[in-house]
Design a protein around this ligand. Structure first.
Ligand SMILES: [Mn+2]
Length: 240
């Protein structure tokens, strides 16, 4: 069995990210992992505090490159989220994958055996692949936020209001129903052998929520007042 970790929604580059508090845990996991899945919104280009968007891209690519180079024993899979959906950044991912044979990227999802990894924005509404693509493209046109808006947003997160509201905005059952419908549309439902779904986006950390043949696991987010965890699983070695 191979050890695999899933983590998402670090929101690096944004001031409100508390991911630095988890570096020790993240590094320990990466050093033990054979497969490490980064599930989207790892970077937050909309709320990046760097002087220019180009610098944000530079930092993000540098961070991924550092991982791939330092932990060459580990296969990294980067799944894009809505906050990392930034042209300048996406354009660089193929180059990174060419340079490092242990770096792979996926615009929407990754399936490994009975495990399906995705960002989770497919739970925003009833999504078809086309609607999800449109939703992502709208993120390209959303303006980058300045320091004032950023400060206001930090205050909102600090108030813990988003955390308090999330069970109402994203009830587990509704989220599971929407994701299941999306997976069936793309041909990766329980009928095709998928058993476990790992995702982020809704910032609610939970494991083992069962719904119609699927078991859902959410990583949460390292933001103040939110639950956050690395999700660990074992993957079958191929050919066994
Ligand atoms: Mn998201």
């Amino acid at each position: 069995m191979k050890k695999c970790y899933f983590v998402s929604d670090l929101h690096l580059l944004a001031k409100r990210s508390q991911a630095h508090r988890y570096w020790g845990r993240l590094e320990r996991a990466v050093s033990q992992a054979s497969v490490f899945v980064l599930g989207g919104d790892i970077f937050d280009f909309r709320w990046a505090t760097t002087a220019t968007p180009a610098l944000a891209v530079q930092e993000a690519i540098g961070w991924l490159e550092g991982l791939a180079k330092t932990y060459s024993q580990c296969q990294f899979h980067f799944i894009v989220g809505n906050h990392d959906h930034h042209w300048g950044f996406l354009c660089r991912l193929d180059g990174l994958a060419e340079k490092y044979s242990n770096f792979h990227w996926h615009p929407y999802y990754l399936r490994l055996g009975e495990h399906l990894f995705m960002h989770g924005d497919a739970a925003e509404r009833k999504m078809t692949p086309e609607k999800l693509a449109e939703y992502r493209i709208r993120w390209h046109h959303r303006p980058r936020r300045g320091p004032v808006m950023s400060r206001l947003y930090d205050l909102l997160v600090a108030s813990r209001l988003p955390r308090a509201l999330s069970p109402f905005v994203y009830p587990k059952r509704r989220v599971a129903r929407r994701i299941l419908a999306y997976l069936q549309r793309i041909g990766h439902g329980p009928e095709q052998g998928v058993r476990h779904v790992y995702f982020g986006h809704i910032h609610r950390g939970f494991s083992d929520y069962r719904y119609r043949g699927l078991t859902f696991h959410n990583t949460g987010a390292p933001l103040r007042g939110h639950r956050f965890r690395l999700l660990e699983l074992s993957l079958e070695e191929p050919g066994r």
